[in-house]
Design a protein around this ligand. Sequence first.
Ligand code: GLN
Length: 275
Amino acid sequence: MTTMTVSETVRLTKLRLEPIAKEESLQQAKLLVAAVIGADASALSVHSWMEINEEQLRILGELIERREKGEPLQYILGEWEFMGFPFAVDERVLIPRQDTELLCETALERIRNYAYRNVLDLCTGSGCVAIALQKLAGVQMTASDVSRDALDVAKENAKLNDAEVTFVESDLFNCVEGKFDLITCNPPYLSEQDMAVLQKEIKFEPAAALYGGVDGLDFYRRIANEYKPHLEAGGTLLLEIGCTQGENVRALFGGNAKILNDLNGNPRVMIVENI
Ligand code: GLN
């Protein structure tokens, strides 16, 4: 019978992951090994001399094979963190991106500065934006998605985080009623060209959450036409945008639209004020 310690297992897992995970292979190896032994990845060194049993090795082998086929680590782990909260993720929803934290941070700032109470999150997917805002700002939150599958995941995540969110199955504003102080949305915004050169991992994510029409702007066009009756006077619409889309999206919203850059200096969020 072979025996292996946690640290040997991490080392061998890293070697197996190198071709697919490149410079992230050590971090991903630690996360997979930690998941299999039920430990926290950041405290893995505490267990480094612990032996891994055969059943754990067998399970780890299966997880490594999935990763080798290109499946994103987040789906394999089944959970990912966003704004400090855990979110269940699988192939029904887009994996929460760190990029999207700028949308949340901007929303939080405006909720505080303008005392916004009533917030709508469109294209909610895993519910990460809606749930983080509800938890951090205590706002009255409505979240919608056209995908019933995504809403099932979002509802599970609201429960996981003990967040109070009203969910609506709706194609953008179609089945949304009422007016809101703040509307957030991270719509699908990849173009046909972007979809043709997707990274292997992203191909595992739902195309409906990524594809925004031939030029990637279909959802922004619809939102520009439909948001006004749903936004209170003095309210704000916040949209995540692709890093090459700033000027094109701004043109759809006219004079009140401002572009916010992320820490890499790329356009990432569009702020539209209803003044
Ligand atoms: N930022 C995502 C990506 O590049 C796309 C997310 C979206 O379309 N909303 O994979």
